[in-house]
Design a protein around this ligand. Structure first.
Ligand code: PLP
Length: 299
């Protein structure tokens, strides 16, 4: 079955899905993206991803070339044409094609690309394996809250993990605080059973998975602290984990070769994994809104 991707109004065989060499995304990394998990054909946290996408675009003065309803339709069509059950959607919007110049072009139409790929989700028990993290410097710009396609510092940081045989790199700023992973948010559980993750500001991406987990645990009366933490605090924590739309919740059992807690995935982390699986398995069907979505926005 041929893979189909969407580029600027056309559904094309993936091998023919191309953009112009003068696209500003290619030449200047002048664009934004989103990655959304697909569970049983349904987008996970669609409204929140669309909201973040619209915010990223607004911050960079890039126009969405179609309205949100049309974007949602295009994604659904791409999923349908690829017969996708479980997987992920990648969408990228750039400032479009123009002769290379740093200044915004006077006239250009944004480029929209949507690709989907198959990705089996782990079973609940497979999701409860331990992962290793290494630390490295956070070399990024001052607007990490924007989901920009300019990812070179994240690429370099991830390579540190690859070369160390680890699963993720947690980036550390000049104050010695862990900001986040190269493609994930970082969390610890303290010995007092407080759930800690860095506050959202310009220095991290406000993860959608992070937001959903905070909402799920709020209902359970867990003490949540949104604050910065150091590498040493993470290494002395009872539990640690990282989260993203494609990683879901990954227990961390080693940070720079130091064992976290007992060295096995922690009780709170495993409970959160179960809660997150319950959430995914009960996603609203197409055209239905979760009560959370209805409460929190108009999408
Ligand atoms: N932080 C960074 C730098 C990321 O690239 C990502 C995801 O790609 C995340 C955090 C997690 O965000 P989300 O949960 O929305 O996937």
């Amino acid at each position: 079955m041929p893979r189909v991707s969407y580029v600027n109004g056309k559904y094309l065989p993936h091998a023919d899905a191309m953009v112009n060499v003068e696209d500003r995304g290619y030449q200047l990394a002048d664009g934004v993206y989103e990655v959304i998990g697909i569970f049983n054909g349904h987008l996970i946290d669609k409204a929140a991803h669309f909201q973040r996408l619209q915010r990223s675009l607004k911050e960079l003065c890039i126009e969405l070339p179609v309205n949100i309803a049309a974007l949602s339709f295009i994604i659904d069509e791409t999923i349908r044409k690829n017969f996708l059950g479980h997987g992920k959607v990648y969408l990228q919007i750039t400032r479009g094609v123009a002769p290379r110049d740093h200044a915004f072009p006077e006239k250009s139409k944004s480029t929209l690309v949507v690709t989907v790929s198959h990705m089996p989700w782990p079973s609940r028990s497979d999701a409860k394996q331990g992962y290793s993290v290494v630390t490295g410097p956070d070399l990024r710009w001052q607007r990490c809250d924007i989901k920009s396609i300019s990812l070179l510092p994240n690429v370099l940081a991830k390579q540190i993990a690859v070369e160390a045989g680890a699963d993720e790199t947690w980036m550390v700023n000049s104050e010695g605080h862990i900001t986040e992973g190269t493609a994930s948010n970082a969390w610890i559980v303290t010995t007092n059973n407080e759930l800690v993750t860095r506050q959202t500001d310009d220095h991290i991406l406000a993860g959608i998975t992070r937001r959903t987990i905070l909402r799920l645990v709020e209902e359970q009366g867990v003490t949540i602290k949104e604050r910065a933490f150091t590498v040493m605090e993470a290494q002395n924590a009872k539990e640690a984990f990282f989260t993203s739309s494609t990683a879901l919740i990954k227990p961390v059992t080693l940070i720079d070769d130091i064992k976290i807690g007992s060295g096995s995935p922690g009780v709170m982390t495993c409970t959160l994994i179960d809660m997150y699986f319950n959430f995914m398995e009960n996603l609203p069907k197409k055209n239905e809104r979760s009560s959370y979505e209805s409460k929190s926005n108009n999408l």
